[in-house]
Design a protein around this ligand. Structure first.
Ligand code: NDP
Length: 321
């Protein structure tokens, strides 16, 4: 009905978002391909956006009365926040509710990469245990590793805490050190790479994190070195990583995220020493439900109470109205 607030949903989103939003808002669903295609009257009625994926300046400009953009996911690099902020639009994300899931996945991916469990399972399923005998010994182990975490934010800290019982050495690199933590702080990524044999990256996609995992960093990790990425593929120089894995400069890698998803460079697929996941770090039913709820709660709280639950730092936290 016309007296309900209209919320735009471009492209696909978790069904729970639509189900809950639909109870009190008019949902306007549109295709993403080819840019915003909504008649002027409908466009003018849109006051909120729920989105999983991108929402750039051209989308923001196509809807003159947007007040809030709620992103499904903690990483909101797909949204032009600068442009939103310049127009007084609040952007929200879904922090914290996925910390445990993503940290669990990082540990699982690290173990899979070190111990080759996915390959060992294939060995069994393909009948090779019976025909050829025991699965070959994994070249690497968790034991005695020196682990450096690139980014010790909400998720990075949960990864560090999970690593403690493995009796490994733990360090981290961020731009500013965190207070009172029992981990070694490295002011540069290079210094950390030189001091550890295992690097886990969990930094956001920003201009400063573009391809920071480069040939220099990978060779500092060395032939026994392992690189794990659960942050963004944007942070990795794929050509350098594929070369390092292929020529033994680096021991192994485990990747959940890629530069141009869902496209994965063919170079990775043909390497034996890389463990690959299709961006599933937060992808469980309970965690995605919690993320969906936070998207909806941000929109409801904005329109009902005038204050979103989890606004991103770049956009104003002013009260509505
Ligand atoms: P936070 O904002 O809590 O933490 C980000 C961390 O990165 C901080 O420690 C920050 O420290 C550090 N950081 C930021 N910029 C730099 C830089 N240029 N150099 C070094 N360190 C930097 O974010 P979350 O932990 O909640 O999430 C991190 C990212 O993980 C998300 O933005 C998202 O891209 C990704 N992610 C991936 C998922 C997946 O499915 N694989 C799921 C969830 C998140 P400081 O500011 O001091 O530098």
């Amino acid at each position: 009905s016309d007296n309900r607030i209209a919320v735009l949903v471009p492209g696909k989103i978790h069904p729970r978002v639509l189900e809950r939003l639909g109870k009190q808002f008019d949902i306007v669903s549109v295709e993403r391909d080819g840019g915003p295609k909504v008649d002027a009257e409908t466009a003018a009625r849109i006051r909120g956006v729920a989105v999983s994926g991108g929402f750039g300046a051209s989308w923001i400009d196509a809807f003159p009365n947007i007040e809030v953009i709620a992103n499904f996911g903690v990483g909101y690099d797909g949204i032009d926040v600068k442009h939103a902020a310049s127009k007084g639009i609040v952007v929200t994300n879904t922090p914290d509710v996925l910390n445990d899931e993503v940290a669990d996945t990082a540990i699982a991916l690290l173990l899979n990469t070190l111990r080759q469990f996915p390959k060992a399972e294939s060995w069994l399923r393909e009948g090779r245990w019976v025909k050829e005998g025991a699965f070959p010994l994994s070249p690497f182990s968790m034991k005695g590793r020196r682990i450096g975490i690139n980014g010790l934010g909400r998720i990075g800290l949960e990864i560090a805490r999970r690593l403690e019982p493995f009796k490994v050495k733990i360090g981290y690199h961020t731009r500013s050190p965190r207070d009172s933590l029992p981990y070694d702080y490295y002011p540069t990524l290079k210094e950390m790479a030189q001091s550890v044999d295992t690097l886990i990256s969990i930094v956001p996609k920003t201009p400063e994190t573009h391809k920071v995992i480069n040939a220099d960093i990978l060779s500092a990790l060395g032939p026994q070195g392992v690189f794990i990425n659960v942050g963004r593929g944007w942070s990795v120089d794929d050509d350098a990583l594929i070369a390092a894995l292929g020529n033994g400069t680096l021991g192994a890698a485990g990747l959940d995220v890629f530069y141009d998803e869902p496209n994965v460079p063919a170079g990775y697929l043909s390497l034996p020493n890389v463990s690959l996941l299709p961006h599933v770090a937060s992808a469980s039913v309970p965690t995605r439900d919690a993320m969906a709820d936070l998207v909806v709660d941000n929109i409801i709280e904005w329109f009902v109470k005038g204050r979103p639950v989890t606004p991103v730092p770049e956009t104003p936290v002013k009260l509505r109205g």
